[in-house]
Design a protein around this ligand. Structure first.
Ligand code: ASP
Length: 354
């Protein structure tokens, strides 16, 4: 009798084991690439205001998310561990090349990237222009460090993975997910220094919503990205220098001239209004453009477009209008554009298409 029940329980354990193994085998496979940020940040104590970005490694981040293992088979790797205020061209190239390798692997269905929020809008746009796969890529960060009361990182990772494995994510390019929203890399901007509700696609609205892992998608992306993009990091060792200059009342030509002297190949102006600047600044920029430096007029305002030949005659002066792209995103596109051409007319076309 006793032997029979031992066999019976052994049988049940075996059946359960097989079912679990089958479940694990059918779970989508998501690779997490960690780069640091507040999401991996630690305070000296839970009541401390200050903290250090990039204090925890990728495995600690993954294991802190309840039920993540029921959603997907997760593996992780550390690409960098920095506050994203220190993000630079070198890490961008390393991350993009590694991401292309990871997405090409047959045992990876989607990627999740953890990143600081300060430059998330730039890194995500950069990646969206140089990633050659249709597989979903979702980037997440957090506004509160991992040690904080009500840390938002674990929920953002959970929802980010849910968005990445959702069938509707395929072909949408690089996405950014925080605080229950999903945004296209091209449209998303950080709008608030401390609030959890900081990311927004101001001109267009979010790409979708994700709440407790349940995903709803809105409008598709109508601009070129991913496999449709002409830009590539293949064989690229560095990116051209592009500086951003912030326009204001009484702006002089000094910083523009200094940037050109220091070797900038492109300049982006965070213009006042619809991409305007003082007459001395505009004269200096026109002079730079005549020397072959590509000049893009963007705006310091959070919303609206900078249209060509509005108050500034771009045709006559040889300048480029940024359209919908804010200064940091204009800088990203100009850096990549300059790997192909220095012709402002061709670059203007790219600003329409991307
Ligand atoms: N300074 C941090 C970073 O960008 C802020 C954050 O992640 O929220 O890495």
């Amino acid at each position: 009798m006793r032997t029979r029940s031992v066999f019976l329980s052994l049988g049940l354990v075996l059946v359960a084991g097989v079912a679990l193994a089958q479940g694990a085998a059918t779970l989508p496979r998501v690779r997490v690439l960690a780069t640091g940020g507040t999401i991996a940040g630690a305070q000296a104590s839970a009541t401390d205001y200050g903290y250090k970005s990039g204090a925890y490694d990728v495995n600690t981040l993954i294991s802190a998310v309840p039920n993540l293992d029921k959603l997907a088979a997760i593996t992780g790797e550390q690409v960098a561990n920095i506050g994203s205020q220190d993000m630079n061209d070198e890490v961008w190239l390393k991350l993009a090349k590694r991401l292309n390798e990871v997405l090409a692997a047959p045992d990876v269905d989607a990627a999740l990237i953890t990143h600081g929020t300060d430059t998330l809008e730039e890194t995500s746009y950069f990646l969206s222009l140089v990633i050659k796969s249709d597989k979903p890529v979702v980037m997440v960060g957090s506004m509160r460090p991992a040690t904080a009361t009500s840390a938002d990182g674990p929920a953002n990772i959970y929802n980010g993975v849910a968005a990445a494995i959702d069938p509707g994510a395929r072909g949408r390019g690089v996405l950014v997910s925080l605080n229950d929203e999903i945004h296209y890399a091209r449209n998303v901007v950080k709008t608030d220094t401390t609030s959890l509700q900081t990311f927004a696609s101001l001109n267009r609205g979010p790409a979708g919503l994700v709440h407790t892992g349940k995903v709803s998608w809105f409008q598709p992306m109508d601009k070129k990205q991913g496999a449709a993009s002409e830009f590539s990091v293949e064989g690229l060792k560095a990116l051209p220098r592009v500086d951003i200059l912030y326009a204001h009342a009484n702006m002089s030509a000094d910083l523009i001239e200094a940037a050109v002297k220091k070797g900038a190949k492109g300049l982006v102006v965070a213009g006042v209004g619809d991409g305007n600047m003082t007459t001395p600044a505009l004269d200096a920029l026109t002079k730079a453009a005549k020397k072959g430096v590509v000049v893009v007029r963007s705006t310091r305002l959070p919303m609206g477009l900078v249209l060509r030949n509005n108050e500034v005659n771009d045709d006559q002066l040889g300048l480029v209008a940024s359209g919908e792209l804010n200064p940091p995103k204009s800088r990203v596109l100009l850096q990549l554009a300059l790997t192909k051409t220095q012709d402002p007319k061709r670059i203007q076309q790219m600003f329409y298409e991307y």
